[in-house]
Design a protein around this ligand. Structure first.
Ligand SMILES: Cc1ncc(COP(=O)(O)O)c(C=O)c1O
Length: 459
């Protein structure tokens, strides 16, 4: 059975599915003196997948990241279609006010911040942005970082010392795990969202060590599972054991909650969490990140010890102007309308997928993780849907556990319900077809739970 001319190839014997016996994790620890040899095992494996049309990473946009767009694979093949692969949750990257703000900043300040924020990298725009973020989150002090990754890494590596402890959700983002690995060996990983497990760790650590800090790390909306922790309970447990809570609100801030206040606003926790960090790259149409804290002392300490803040150039004036302008829209009635449409699309997508017996993880939110399971079925599905005009990201081991490969669909307020339904129909057909032609041999052995852990574990 051929879906169209291009996918007929899937039925032939030239598709190399043996590549699924390996994964990115297989090449994590190459040995030997030659750097070229150490890299080539990974390269050859990657290339076999690429030649089989089953490599979906490092793709590029040929125009704006709108609901319909054009992209190219990393070997230059063109694809067009409904775009659920971009992170622009409220569709602000193409908003006329945001583009106007960028042009004005460019005209007035030029393109470059020309220094670290610790030296002369700040501008009136970056100072204003600090104030605006603090106001939105009810947190008096804010430190800006060049990326969300830098904010997560810098918050942890900047504030935690080798004698301190970190209790962290297993599925937290790589920047949080890598910051943790850089800060201390006293790392305690908890099962995903499990407050009992957190409390158990805190009780044990405090019974042995009442002199050092414990940092507890979680996210507002988890990026691969679209679920939320109970932040109020976590903060209360932290208080009881004199621990500090850090919540990463990269995916929910701006895109969810009253006035765009994300998981904190939804759980009535605005201004009540010890440390809050976020990214501008999901809703605020720019690179960049921040850490919001409660006291000027913590702010100043973080500015001087939070690596990527002091040792990278400041956000550019154009980036600051874009984020300020996006934040103004986020907090306006237009922001409310965009969030409503975003959730309508996300709910429509989940309903249409459920109608085709495809299950999704988590809650209606900008992220819809579409569970497929078997890696080779997921990869063939990703190939078919790209050819049929649905662009989305494949997530496979070790980014998620082995056998839990999924499509991560990211909705935008600029999508229509019709586009969501059309995409669900194409995905439903593709999953069935892929499962029927690929078989379901289990390949590989799961030695790591997630890419975040693989990046830091010496296994
Ligand atoms: C939860 C979380 N935190 C931090 C980041 C890093 O943000 P940025 O892309 O702005 O560096 C991401 C990005 O994927 C993320 O998902």
């Amino acid at each position: 059975m051929a879906i169209n001319g291009k996918t007929e190839r899937l039925e032939g014997d030239n598709q190399d599915f043996t590549v699924f016996a390996n994964s990115v994790a297989s090449f994590q620890r190459p040995r030997g003196t030659s750097l070229e040899d150490r890299a080539s095992g990974f390269y050859n494996w990657q290339d076999t997948r690429r030649e089989s049309g089953l490599w979906f990473y490092s793709r590029s946009l040929s125009r704006k990241p709108g609901p319909i767009t054009d992209i190219r694979s990393d070997n230059g093949l063109p694809f067009s279609g409904i775009n659920f692969a971009s992170q622009d949750y409220l569709g602000l990257a193409g908003h006329s006010k945001v583009i106007e703000a960028a042009s004005e900043a460019l005209e007035r300040f030029g393109p470059h911040s020309a220094g670290s924020p610790t030296l002369l990298g700040n501008t009136t725009l970056s100072l204003q942005l600090e104030h605006e973020i603090g106001d939105a989150l009810h947190m008096p002090e804010v430190v800006l970082f060049p990326t969300g990754w830098g904010a997560g890494f810098g918050a942890i590596a900047g504030l935690v010392r080798p004698y301190d402890h970190i209790v962290i959700d297993r599925l937290a983002h790589a920047c949080l795990h890598q910051g943790t690995a850089a800060a201390t060996k006293n790392v305690h990983r908890t099962e995903h969202l499990c407050v009992e497990s957190i409390e158990e760790h805190l009780r044990r650590i405090r019974s042995e060590d009442d002199r050092n800090m414990i940092l507890v790390v979680t996210e507002g909306l988890f990026s691969m599972d679209a679920d939320m922790p109970d932040i109020a309970v976590m903060q209360e447990i932290c208080r009881r054991y004199q621990a500090v809570l850090l919540v990463d609100i990269a995916h929910d801030f701006g895109a969810m909650g009253p006035g765009g206040t994300g998981a904190l606003g939804l759980q009535n926790m605005l201004g009540k969490v010890d440390l809050v960090m976020g990214s501008f790259s999901k809703t605020f149409a720019s690179n960049g990140g921040f850490v919001a804290v409660k006291s000027p002392a913590i702010k100043q300490y973080l500015k001087f010890y939070g690596g990527p803040h002091i040792f990278s150039n400041a956000l550019s004036p154009v980036q600051c102007a874009v984020v300020s302008s996006a934040l103004e829209i986020v907090r306006s009635s237009e922001g409310d309308a965009r969030r409503e449409q975003l959730i309508r699309v996300a709910q429509g997508l989940r309903k249409a997928l459920a109608g085709r017996s495809i299950s999704c993880l988590g809650m209606p939110s900008p992220i819809t993780p579409v569970v497929i399971g078997e890696e080779r079925v997921a990869a063939v599905t990703a190939k078919i849907i790209a050819e049929r005009g649905v662009l989305t990201n494949l997530v496979e081991y070790p980014a998620v556990p082995l056998g839990q490969a999924r499509l991560r669909m990211q909705a935008m307020a600029t999508h229509t319900l019709e586009q969501a339904c059309q995409a669900a129909t194409i995905i439903g057909d593709a999953v069935r077809f892929a499962a029927s032609i690929v078989g379901s041999d289990r390949n590989g052995v799961s030695t790591h739970y997630s890419i975040s852990e693989m990046l830091v574990d010496p296994a």
